[in-house]
Ligand binder design. Structure first.
Ligand code: GDP
Ligand code: ZN
Length: 462
């Protein structure tokens, strides 16, 4: 029973497990007040308190009458809640044992453990949020930098939804004009309609193109810029990595409760998450090139969006440097010439000849010089193109990108039809198709399977 309309009452821990401070256990559904009242002792029963109020008290195990926990309980009645159901949130001390005990008590007294994403799914099914917003909640949970988080938040707040709705409104108006043409063929409105349609379709087309432009950035924000630090042994790769990782910038993600079990290392450079490839190789056994040979490291390099190539200012270029040059040619490379504090022995002209269009940054990791410049060069790579730093509505979700591409194609077909003076009812078909595809972004006209698939990606309790 995936989508039962008769909702039962669900509960789960809503804060990350195992982190200190306060934990929140969220209960949602028609019986949530009743269930928590069975185990709560405070000034007055929760059934009698006002909505959106917080109450101090204790949880009691009704079987033993034993005091289990000191708690603060928030009561929020439907419909002004995240799920649009009655919601009770129990705030307790964050230790794993006490959190588990409180959750068990709530489950023993009538609630069911929420499936991953079930709270958000209810918010969606109850019309509180649309599908793109629900998906943004997933992104929010996985966000690796503040910027990624803000981008996801702006989607949760419905910025993308509003853009999609505006586009659909435009298309709807276009379709209305077509209806008029079809209803009154005797009037000579067709040429007027054609002009109007062309204008609207071109406008929608440009908007979609602009949104698709943000997709690359959005993907990077979600997944990190796959980055490889390469160079001969001893040029300073580990030192550089450590200096980037410093200043509490490294985030090791091990997303709790998801199926992903690899631990990846992320470095946050001015809001751009770098996903470091083969970091273990750099950290423990020195560089990839040395360890696995140029051929295999070439394959590793293929996966990289960005190469940080480290050279030694204090040594002449060597055959190994040149074979790395060949391996990374044509890729997105930032050249880092390290050990700038020592006398020059490198031939800079030769480096620049190999990489005429790539940034060359001089650093001394030892003296902490040039790191700022490097960070700026990395951020520049991310922020090229039309996307402004403040424009946080990145389209990042692969499903959305795909739907936008398809609707762009449908609009292009419509434009071609208009230009070739096709009958308007043919053009209508393309416009309607684009309108429907855009609707799928926000979850209008999507099947139950897709909904289940999307919501199964969630962590528990969200
Ligand atoms: P890797 O083999 O490329 O990872 O190089 P490491 O980071 O292990 O550094 C090799 C040696 O170079 C270490 O002794 C570092 O302290 C030293 N080193 C790293 N960066 C600099 C620098 O900017 N200037 C100087 N003088 N030494 C550096
Ligand atoms: Zn090293």
């Amino acid at each position: 029973g995936e989508c039962e309309l008769e909702m039962d009452t669900i509960a789960a821990v809503a804060t990350p497990m195992g982190e200190g401070g306060i934990a929140v256990i969220r209960v949602s559904g028609p019986e949530s007040l009743e269930i928590v009242d069975r185990i709560y002792k405070g000034k007055q029963p929760l059934m009698t308190v006002d909505s959106h109020t917080i109450h101090y008290g204790f949880l009691i195990d009704p079987k033993t009458d034993e005091r289990v926990e000191e708690v603060l309980v928030s009561v929020m009645r439907a419909p002004r809640t995240f799920t649009r159901e009655d919601v009770v949130e129990v705030n307790c001390h964050g230790g794993i044992i006490s959190v588990q005990r409180v959750l068990d008590l709530i489950l023993e007294n009538g609630a069911r453990l929420a499936e991953p994403g079930e709270f958000t799914k209810r918010a969606f099914l109850n019309g509180r949020i649309d599908l793109s917003q629900a998906e943004a909640v997933i992104d929010l949970i996985r966000a690796k930098t503040d910027r990624a988080m803000k981008a996801a938040l702006s989607q949760v707040e419905g910025k993308l939804s509003r853009m999609i709705r505006d586009l659909r409104q435009n298309l709807l108006e276009a379709m209305a004009h077509i209806e008029v043409t079809l209803d009154y063929p005797e009037h000579d409105v067709e040429s007027v309609t054609n002009q109007l349609l062309l204008g609207k379709c071109q406008e929608v087309n440009q908007q979609i193109a602009r949104m698709l432009d943000t997709a690359k950035q959005g993907k990077i924000l979600r997944e990190g810029l796959a980055t490889a630090i390469v160079g001969r042994p001893n040029v300073g790769k580990s030192s550089l990595l450590n200096s980037l990782v410093q200043e509490e910038k490294a985030i090791v993600t091990d997303v709790a409760g998801t199926t992903r079990d690899v631990i990846e290392e992320f470095v946050n450079v001015r809001g751009v998450p770098l996903r470091l490839i083969d970091t273990a190789g750099i950290r423990e056994t020195e560089d990839i090139v040395e360890q696995i040979g140029v051929e295999r490291s070439r394959q590793t390099l293929q996966q990289a969006d960005l190469i940080l190539l480290v050279l030694n200012y204090n040594e002449p270029l060597q055959p190994d440097d040149r074979s790395i040059f060949a391996a990374v040619s044509g890729m997105n490379v930032i050249i880092i010439i390290n050990k700038f504090d020592l006398p020059q022995r490198i031939d800079l002209e030769e480096v620049k000849r190999h990489f005429p269009n790539q940034p060359v940054i001089m650093t001394s990791v030892k003296e902490e010089k040039g790191i700022e410049l490097l960070e700026r060069a990395i951020a520049d790579i991310f922020f090229t193109g039309r996307v402004q730093q403040e424009d946080l509505t990145y389209v990042s979700n692969a499903r959305h990108v795909n739907l936008l591409r398809q609707s762009q194609q449908a609009i292009a077909d419509a434009i071609e039809g208009i230009e070739q003076r096709m009958p308007v009812d043919m053009i209508q078909i393309d416009i309607k198709k684009a309108w429907e595809l855009l609707g799928e972004v926000i979850g209008e006209s999507v099947g139950e399977d897709l909904i289940d698939q999307i919501f199964s990606q969630f962590c528990l309790g969200k």
